[in-house]
Design a protein around this ligand. Structure first.
Ligand code: ADP
Ligand code: MG
Length: 697
């Protein structure tokens, strides 16, 4: 099949036609390639069919094949029941409670069905509840190829258009029979041989119609590899393309940097910080534009790394900007960077949405004439009218909070500055290789020395008095406490009420101290005032929604009480907890949880009690939520893989990445003859619209 044929509408396939084509398109299957690459969601293994007489309630899921001898909707009870028989007198039932309307239309007495599900006892007999099902009579040629049957994703709309698993099998069978031989291999021969990969053409047939389980597994491996490989090739292309931009050459070891490291810095850098700075120094000096992600758990000390990087460019007469997602965080950065760099005579300017007009004008003027060397701000810094004299470095803190577009705008400011992206959200390696695969990454797993451990404990409402007593002890010892309420956007009002009434409760329980309240709906000035009373130690307790999540640094805060802890995601809990344990005293994190919890939230809270290693937490979080939900699917930027699974296929991913980057290094324009088929595939199916390979080489 040529790529042109594969890109044709499904409408031209036998068995499809305009109406079905429309329904398929709605389901995201518009081209021949979409259909061919829609791999079965599950398989019915007919090589492992269990006779009805051997069914046992409570066993593992089984496949049963038999004839429908009765089928019907139980009147008034909204369920559809089927009685199936495989040998005379051996019967079982299957029952569906959902989708009754369409199931009752597709299953009739006399059909031969294959069912797959977990046997349970139901009304005196063994029964399958909501089994996967499939008609296996009248299969014709599609069944001859194998005894493992593919089951395709179904929906009411597809079913209504007659697009059942059986129809899909027929259409794909015909497609492969008529055109399968024309499929060209899209991976280079040597790569295929080296990794012992099944041929593309064979794999595409076998994934739909496997001869046996062994062949199926090899086919799936090959297709997963192929999918991951081409995505990595895209990342390699992006990186290669970007590295063609010349970057301002910035040597290290200038006077400000040297004085900062030897005289001003109040502590010694950790090994991880030193390594990150070596990486950055090499990038800045390379003559290419830097794109580095600094990934370090909360408290790992990213700020000084950013400050040192900024000094390197300031030493060269260039400017630096630090962009952070919230005003609170910006104000804090401005304060702490200001304090850190004051001995060097460097002033830090602040620009946010609430900067007064006169001040804003002054900042803009200082940026334009170059007298302002370091700017901190929210996305206000990328607005029109903010022009730099000569921007050398842009640091994006908590970069995952910004969209790709905002980062791109920052990049366009001035003369393509070096970019340092920072994130305190440790993510599993496989996700990092996919999301940030085009960046260079410096990892900081080590924390500054002398950090006190944080002990984490889950408690219930009945323990509240003890929790308050514990808070009182901390406060009497001169320390401070956070009380955090969840804030989910959809129920913002409700949660706000929680925080506001929580503030009243806590104030009543601690009449002897000042209790602050901070939430996202307050006026910035009020918020700032409340925050700074807490930071200065004037107030002992801060009640807040999750606005304190990122970056807030109050070393005397040693206790955090998280209310409704079961409502938070695991990574978010970990981020919050990172606000404590930042001083020289031991800290405690208390998770107040409901008595009734889902299994998943129980595991989340247990993980919090067991570890405070952000990378371990992130692996568990991804396992609990699945890769797609890890960041929230919308803004995650994760590609939707058809067959590969980032959680399960990490080993394949590593191999695919290695192969793709090696290949790109060897043949950056994919111009060699033996890469022609791969390149055609890449351009047709992987490259983003508007991207041109020819621009790379
Ligand atoms: P994060 O990586 O979460 O942004 P910060 O940069 O805010 O962490 O650093 C957390 C705290 O650790 C700050 O108070 C900072 O001054 C301190 N810190 C950073 N590096 C070191 C170090 N090498 N030794 C001791 N303390 C450090
Ligand atoms: Mg930080």
């Amino acid at each position: 099949m040529s790529t042109a044929f594969l890109q044709q509408s499904v409408q031209f396939l036998k068995g499809v036609g305009p109406h079905r084509a429309h329904v398929l398109e709605e389901a995201g299957l518009s081209t021949v390639a979409d259909l061919l690459h829609m791999v079965p969601r599950r398989y019915l293994d007919r090589t492992n069919v269990v006779p009805i007489r051997e069914l046992r309630a409570g066993s593992d899921p089984v496949t049963v094949i038999g004839t429908v001898i009765a089928a019907g909707t139980i009147p008034g009870r909204r369920r559809f029941e089927v009685v199936l028989e495989d040998e005379p007198g051996r019967r079982m039932t299957a029952v569906w409670f959902q989708g009754v309307a369409w199931i009752s239309k597709v299953i009739e007495k006399g059909h031969r069905l294959a069912l797959h599900g977990k046997p349970a006892r139901y009304g005196g007999t063994v029964s399958l509840s909501h089994p996967d099902f499939d008609r296996v009579d009248e299969e014709g040629p599609t069944m001859e190829t194998g005894r493992i049957i593919g089951l395709y994703p179904g929906s009411a709309a597809l079913q209504k258009a007659g697009l059942t698993s059986r129809t899909f099998r027929r259409i794909i069978y015909t497609l492969l029979k008529e055109h399968g031989e024309e499929l060209r291999e899209n991976l280079p021969g040597p790569l295929q041989a080296q990794l012992d990969l099944m041929e593309g053409r064979v794999a595409r047939r076998a994934v739909h119609f496997p001869k046996d389980n062994d062949e199926l597994q090899r086919a799936r491996y090959r297709l997963k590899f192929e999918e991951l490989f081409f995505f990595q090739l895209l990342l390699a292309t992006t990186r290669t393309q970007r590295e063609r931009f010349p970057g301002i050459r910035v040597p290290s070891g200038g006077p400000l940097e040297t004085r900062f490291l030897s005289e001003v810095l109040p502590f010694t850098l950790t090994g991880a910080q030193q390594q990150a700075l070596r990486d950055i120094a090499a990038d800045l000096a390379s003559g290419k534009q830097m794109n580095r992600l600094l990934q370090g758990d909360v408290g790992s000390g990213k700020t000084v790394v950013a400050a040192t990087a900024a000094l390197k460019v300031i030493d060269q007469g260039l400017q630096a900007v630090v962009m952070a997602p919230t005003e609170i965080l910006c104000e804090q950065h401005a304060r702490s960077l200001g304090r850190l760099l004051a001995p060097l005579g460097i002033e830090v300017a602040l620009l946010t949405g609430s900067t007064p007009a006169a001040e804003r004008r002054a900042v803009l003027a200082a940026l334009a004439d170059g007298s302002c060397r370091l700017l901190v701000g929210t996305h206000a810094v990328i607005q029109d009218g903010v022009d730099f004299h000569r921007l050398g470095l842009a640091v994006v803190d908590e970069q995952h909070r910004f969209g790709v577009l905002q980062r791109a705008t920052l990049f366009e400011k001035g003369d393509r500055p070096h970019m340092l992206l920072m994130t305190a959200t440790p993510i599993p390696r496989s996700l990092a290789m996919t999301l940030y695969g085009d960046l260079h990454v410096s990892l900081m797993r080590e924390r500054p020395p002398g950090r006190q451990p944080i002990s984490t404990k889950m408690v219930r409402e009945k323990d509240r008095d003890r929790v308050y007593a514990r808070m009182r002890d901390e406060i009497q010892a001169g320390r401070q406490c956070y009380v955090v309420y969840p804030l989910v956007e959809e129920s913002e009002k409700l949660d706000l009420k929680d925080a506001v009434s929580g503030h009243e409760t806590v104030s009543a329980a601690f009449p002897e101290v000042q209790v602050e309240l901070v939430h996202g709906r307050m006026k910035p000035a009020e918020k700032e005032a409340a925050m700074s009373r807490f930071v200065s130690g004037e107030s002992a307790i801060l009640v807040s929604t999750t606005v304190i999540e990122v970056g807030v640094d109050v070393p005397a805060a040693t206790l955090m009480l998280i209310e409704h802890a079961e409502r938070f995601g695991l990574s978010q809990l970990h981020q919050l907890r990172g606000r404590i344990g930042r001083g020289q005293h031991a800290s405690t994190c208390i998770l107040m949880a409901e008595y009734r919890q889902s299994e998943e939230s129980r595991r989340r809270l247990k993980a919090m009690e067991d570890t405070d290693d952000g990378f371990v937490i992130s692996e568990i979080d991804m396992e609990l939520r699945g890769a797609g939900d890890f960041f929230g699917t919308q803004q995650s930027g994760l590609p939707a893989f058809r067959i590969a699974d980032l959680l399960q296929d990490q080993a394949i991913l590593e191999r695919a990445r290695e192969a793709a980057f090696a290949l790109m290094a060897e043949d950056p324009g994919l111009e060699r003859a033996e890469h022609a088929a791969m390149r055609a595939w890449f351009e047709a199916f992987v490259l983003r619209p508007g991207m041109r390979l020819s621009r790379i080489g």
